[in-house]
Design a protein around this ligand. Structure first.
Ligand code: SF4
Ligand code: FES
Length: 253
């Protein structure tokens, strides 16, 4: 017999109407949280808004807060959510007054924290992308540069490998500093800065440019070492550790 799972879902029309809706979804084996949202959209409420693309934990689009933990909805199976080990010492993530939430039987779904909510589970990622752009996360060459392509040894690649895994999902913006300082560059952005600064192919000039961005008051110096980012990152990027490395390698501690 197919089990029924109850959901309590944050709704926000974008016009001031904020409330929570309850749904009951039949759950076949292997169903993910994202699958359940599709079911709700298909059978109960086609206006439910959420983002997704790859459905395979690669694109970073489906980040949301599930049972008070920032997670990728496509990566989490409904059958495991209540028993899975949760990251410790997360800040309280509050979006609105929800009706009594039965933590044992209901899955609570809310948007990502510390971002403006556009509709239901869809947040405005513009600040995330503009801070990302600020650290200039790319290499560029002149169109007529005929120097041979840059290569890397395995050990040079290993140095940045973990940082390359970032899928820019924004889960690490659950950081308490992002909550209180809207100008904070952000853990993902700083991890990306470390990824480029430490890349063996970077020029000294480019290194200097990135360092100038991460040294500003609202970047590396603003990190308060909560390490929430390390605990919620679904890809093991460890942005907090990257920020610590930036601090020790590039600043006056
Ligand atoms: S560092 Fe981790 S949590 Fe942050 S955006 Fe990248 S993958 Fe997502
Ligand atoms: S849909 Fe792409 S990461 Fe979940």
């Amino acid at each position: 017999m197919v089990e029924i799972q109850k959901f309590l879902i944050y709704r926000n029309s974008g016009n001031g109407d904020i409330h929570y809706d309850r749904f009951e979804v039949p759950v076949p084996k292997g169903m993910s949280i994202l699958d359940a949202l599709f079911y709700i959209q298909d059978y109960f409420d086609s206006s439910l808004a959420f983002r997704y693309a790859c459905r395979g934990a690669i694109c970073g689009s489906c980040g949301m807060t599930i049972d008070k933990v920032p997670l990728l909805a496509c990566r989490i199976q409904i059958s495991t959510i209540k028993t899975a080990k949760k990251p410790i010492n997360l800040p309280e993530l509050k979006f609105g007054d929800h009706p009594d939430w039965n933590q044992e039987t209901e899955i609570l779904i809310e948007p990502l924290p510390n971002m403006t909510i556009l509709k239901d589970l869809v947040v405005d990622m513009k600040p995330f992308w503009s801070f990302y752009k600020e650290i200039e996360p790319f290499f560029s060459r002149e169109w007529n540069d005929t120097a041979p392509e840059s290569t890397q040894s395995q050990s040079q690649m290993k140095k940045i490998e973990q940082l390359v895994y970032c899928i820019l999902c924004g889960l690490c913006w659950a950081c308490p500093v992002s909550n209180k300082n809207p100008n904070y560059l952000g853990p993902a952005q700083l991890a990306k800065a470390e990824r480029f600064i430490s890349d063996s192919r970077i020029s000294k000039e480019k290194q200097k440019i990135i360092v100038s961005h991460i040294a500003r008051e609202d970047a590396v110096p603003a990190c308060e070492k909560y390490f929430v980012c390390n605990r919620v990152c679904p890809k093991g990027v460890m942005p907090g550790t990257a920020i610590k490395n930036l601090r020790y390698e590039w600043m006056d501690k």
